[in-house]
Design a protein around this ligand. Structure first.
Ligand code: PLP
Length: 280
């Protein structure tokens, strides 16, 4: 049960695998990725992640010869080789290996896969957030490898003694550096619209579906940091943490006032995840 790295069919421990210097990811971050968890060998919400990965590839015009089924099989190989009961699973495609030049080379894309033993985040953990101006570009709906603003924001959160960032663009909350952010206000689940300013998170998608099942109204609309600070609940979602509750933003206590809705959503998502794993 060790981390496993894969590059174009070759598998090894990540410390041992060597990749080509001229892979375009090194110079341009020229590629897209996706990531989720695997439980008991089952890649969680695999179809959703493969769909989003296909969309990301289409958006950046990376067109590998392999099929979706073949890709799923390669990811499963790596998960099986890792063998841990709970894993973080990551895969990326880069445009290929070629001498550095901005224009696309006529080469085959490279497939990278990585699995490491990792537990889900503790759902009882409450997270502290720090707000920052969202300086990212308008490709946030695509899971590109150009993550420098996200990395800087994540580090800034840690430097402020916090867990995550709340990005604010033109006065409106968008998302976190590696999560989606939502609020429950007056019984309504409010989340930023799935446009080019946020990643359409898979946990977000399942959260919205859970709201539907529980009869919680959903509004996909812009909202301000002041609205978030005043909300009854501030929720943070991602594939590795499902749904966490935020307890502070910029050092001020927030949310934690709609226990019933929060607990119901959290339970619904945990149940859905368990059912997904048990039926595969
Ligand atoms: N937003 C960003 C910028 C992310 O990097 C992530 C996850 O990595 C998310 C949102 C949450 O997406 P998902 O629920 O698919 O993990």
């Amino acid at each position: 049960m060790q981390s496993v790295a894969y590059y174009n069919g070759e598998m090894a421990h990540p410390d041992e695998l060597r990749v080509p210097f001229l892979d375009r990811v090194c110079f341009f971050g020229d590629g897209v990725y996706d990531a989720t968890m695997a439980v008991d060998g089952v890649v969680v919400f695999f179809e959703d992640h493969l769909d989003r990965f296909a969309n990301s590839m289409r958006f950046v015009k990376i067109e590998p010869a392999w099929s979706r089924e073949w890709l799923a099989g390669q990811i499963q190989r790596v998960v099986d080789a890792c063998g841990a009961p709970s894993q973080f699973v990551y895969w990326q495609v880069t445009r290929g290996t070629a001498p550095r030049a901005h224009e696309f080379p006529q080469v085959e894309p490279n497939l990278w896969i990585y699995a490491e033993p990792r537990d889900f985040a503790d759902l009882d953990r409450e997270v502290s957030l720090v707000s920052q101006v969202d300086k990212r570009f308008s490709y946030c709906n695509v899971k590109t490898l150009n993550l420098l603003p996200n990395v800087l924001a994540a580090q800034e959160a840690v430097a402020n003694g916090c867990h995550e960032t709340v990005f604010v663009r033109d006065g409106y909350v968008t998302e976190g550096s590696h999560c989606n952010i939502h609020m429950i206000a007056d019984g309504v689940f409010v989340t930023h619209p799935a446009d080019e300013h946020i990643l359409p998170g898979i946990a977000r998608k399942h959260m919205i579906a859970a709201c539907g099942q529980l009869g919680i109204p959903v509004e996909e609309r812009l909202y301000t940091l002041d609205e978030l600070m005043a909300a009854d609940e501030v929720l943070v979602t991602s594939s590795s943490s499902i749904a966490l509750r935020a307890c502070s933003i910029d050092g001020k206590a927030v949310g934690r006032r709609d226990e019933q809705a929060y607990q119901a959503l959290r339970q619904a998502l945990s149940d859905e995840l368990a059912a997904y794993v048990n039926t595969r």
